[in-house]
Design a protein. Structure first.
Ligand code: NAP
Length: 249
């Protein structure tokens, strides 16, 4: 009997959920609960942390999970580590569904940095208008460079004051288009972009827009996670899972 846990929070996770639902799989979808109105899924859905690797291991046992697909964002490092530890402990099969990182092409002006602190350090000293395309969780670090005006793009309007003195924000949920992002960058007179190397197509629009406008990008590398089986497409994950005809057995 196969019972699957999908760790979600990405468009790839939603695509996988659709494929599993269509195949009649016995599967549970999990959200961290970071956004006010997460995308509805065609699978039974739970929301909120498990309580670390131990909590996740307990959940796997209690729910009789046989396979975990970690389809979280490449920067959700803690969840990814917890999934490896919990699956190891419980003898549950694990794979990750992960988009390949973006690679610079002709015309791109990308400066790669290892983490958020290095992205802050890489910002110029002279005041600039920066599109800080990194979500809301690691904004605090940029308070070290308060001279810049920061444009943020958030899924939900902030409930508390932002930790940066000069900001504007737009509320929007991807996928985005290069045309739309060009208009955004032009409209806000952006000088440079800070982004995470998330990979995938929907979030790539800002990089294509940056190339078209000749803007530099400070690109934060992905955090390290323990080795695990990785697939880069929903089809490959579906092939790895027990045969579709038996999914719901
Ligand atoms: P994180 O730092 O790796 O995770 C922190 C904690 O949040 C985890 O230890 C876990 O809590 C809980 N958690 C994370 N993902 C979960 C899931 N799918 N289901 C249940 N609990 C989850 O993760 P994060 O960077 O805050 O990301 C949170 C969510 O946002 C993830 O679903 C991720 O896919 C999505 N997301 C993240 C980014 C990003 O840039 N980081 C961008 C887009 C979307 P417990 O330890 O209590 O289990």
């Amino acid at each position: 009997m196969t019972r699957i846990l999908v760790l979600g929070g990405t468009s790839e996770a939603s695509q996988l959920a659709r494929a599993l639902a269509q195949g009649g799989a016995d599967a549970v979808f999990s959200y961290a609960g970071r956004t006010a109105a997460p995308v509805a899924q065609p699978l039974p859905t739970r929301v909120g942390g498990f309580g670390g690797a131990e909590g996740l291991a307990e959940f796997l046992r209690a729910e009789g999970i046989t396979h975990v697909v970690d389809a979280t964002h490449p920067f959700a490092a803690q969840m990814r580590r917890n999934a490896v530890a919990a699956c190891d402990r419980e003898g549950v099969s694990l794979c990750a569904l992960e988009r390949a990182p973006w690679q610079a092409g002709p015309g791109d002006d990308w400066r790669h940095v290892p983490d958020t602190a290095a992205a802050v350090a890489a910002l110029p000293e002279a005041p600039a208008r920066v599109f800080l395309a990194i979500g809301k969780q690691t904004l605090d670090a940029f308070a070290e460079k308060p001279q810049h005006h920061y444009l943020l793009r958030l899924v939900d309007a902030p409930k508390a004051p932002l930790p940066l003195p000069k900001t504007s924000f737009v509320i929007a949920r991807g996928p985005f288009t290069a045309e739309g992002d060009r208009a955004l960058l032009r409209g806000h007179a952006i000088d440079l972009i800070v982004a995470k190397n998330a990979g995938g197509s929907g979030a790539r629009a800002k990089l294509d827009a940056a190339r078209a406008l000749g803007l530099p990008v400070i690109l934060i590398d992905r955090p390290d996670v323990p080795a695990r089986r990785v697939f880069d497409s929903v089809e490959a994950v579906m092939d790895w899972l027990p045969h579709p005809a038996r999914l719901g057995e």
